[in-house]
Design a protein around this ligand. Structure first.
Ligand code: SF4
Length: 363
């Protein structure tokens, strides 16, 4: 299928993210992918690139929390992945396994889940040993409990989720890691069917269009009708257009409605968002939908309140229900009546607007 021409009024992606500071550790310099990252950062105009003699990244701390935050968000560290990355973790309900190409994201979402899962100043660390990370996937093919061994979803193959700790498309202009992973997964001879998965709040998909994906990558666009909470990401309209571009070019695609937030007028806002998606995506597209309601942990709340003190996003434990994880961890989710109302309304809207879509889960 040919990609449809974008109407003149379609919002475009913003300028690609260009790190202001790039630090390449000694160990990372031994990997060819580090050279590619440096080449890309130079082409993006970065003139503060340092090849370190050590493996530690220092000099990110500023005089104030604000300065540290700003400097960290503008820094790309090129490092090697820890040895623990060779042992993949299951990542239900999204995929069989989590595979990290990087950790950290330069955007400024006021609900960012990374605030609770990554510690220290929020720099983006991209892995230079991409070959090693990708070569490790073979050992996991045929295993896992989300798609591999599910009767309903086995046809998707063993699924590897690449966006648990980063937004791979957001940092792609500086890293090239997503394109390399898509081409590898599309052409490598695996011992069984596989699918690479990534979700993004960015929209510049043009550099990916000609990659040999062979239907083995599903790119999902994370959409929300509340741009006020999503600083530094691409406009939602540009993400919807990018979704349409990939779907029209025959890629498996998805919508991640995340995080779902019942701010005033939400029924109309979500109906209108889904209507836009329906208008952008061909009726025969291979489209999935994942629905993730807003939640926070005590730790993520504390960090986010430091990073975004003026945020109007509701994060009041008193208005939430406590959900306890296996190891006693606490998440604050919406109470049952709010959750039920969100779920029934948005499910109906999806059925009406996107009857061809497969809803994978609601959480
Ligand atoms: S785009 Fe995703 S990973 Fe990046 S700041 Fe926003 S929520 Fe966090």
């Amino acid at each position: 299928m040919a990609a449809p021409a974008r109407p003149a009024a379609t919002p475009r992606p913003h300028k690609p993210w260009a790190p202001k500071h790039v630090r390449v550790t000694r160990a990372a310099q031994e990997h060819a992918h580090a050279d590619e990252i440096v080449r890309r950062c130079e082409a993006l105009g970065c003139d503060d690139i340092e090849l370190l003699k050590v493996d530690r990244i220092t000099g990110v701390k500023g005089e104030t929390e604000r300065e540290t935050y700003a400097r960290a968000k503008a820094t790309l560290a090129v490092v090697v992945s820890p040895d623990s990355a060779r042992k993949l973790d299951p990542i239900p309900p999204s995929a069989d396994w989590r595979v990290d190409l990087a950790r950290g994201c330069p955007a400024h979402c006021q609900y960012c889940y990374l605030a609770g899962s990554l510690s220290g100043p929020p720099i983006t660390r991209v892995y230079a040993d991409l070959d090693r990370i990708l070569a490790n996937l073979d050992a996991y093919v045929g295993q896992g409990h989300v798609t591999s061994t599910s009767q309903a979803r086995a046809h998707e193959g063993t699924t590897f989720e690449a966006s648990c700790y980063t937004d791979p498309l957001g940092i792609e202009p500086a890293t090239g890691s997503l394109a390399a992973a898509i081409a590898y997964v599309g052409t490598h001879s695996f011992p069984g069917p596989v699918q690479l998965r990534a979700t993004t709040k960015f929209a510049d998909v043009d550099p990916l269009l000609d990659l040999p994906h062979h239907g083995r990558t599903r790119l999902r666009f994370s959409l929300s009708p509340w741009p006020r909470y999503e600083g530094g990401t691409d406009p939602v309209g540009a993400r919807v257009a990018a979704l349409g571009t990939l779907a029209s070019a025959g890629w498996p695609v998805g919508v991640t409605l995340a995080p779902i937030i019942p701010d005033g007028g939400w029924e109309v806002a979500y109906a209108s968002l889904l209507e836009d998606v329906a208008a952008a995506v061909p009726a025969d597209a291979d489209l999935t939908i994942e629905c993730i309601t807003h939640r926070f942990t005590p730790g993520s709340r504390e960090t986010l309140e430091t990073w975004y003190p003026a945020s109007k996003l509701e994060m009041d434990p008193e208005q939430r229900k406590e959900k306890r994880g296996k190891f006693g961890s606490v998440k604050h989710v919406y109470p049952n009546d709010v959750m039920d109302h969100l779920r029934s309304t948005i499910t109906d809207q999806i059925e009406e607007q996107l009857p061809q879509a497969r809803v994978l889960y609601w959480t």
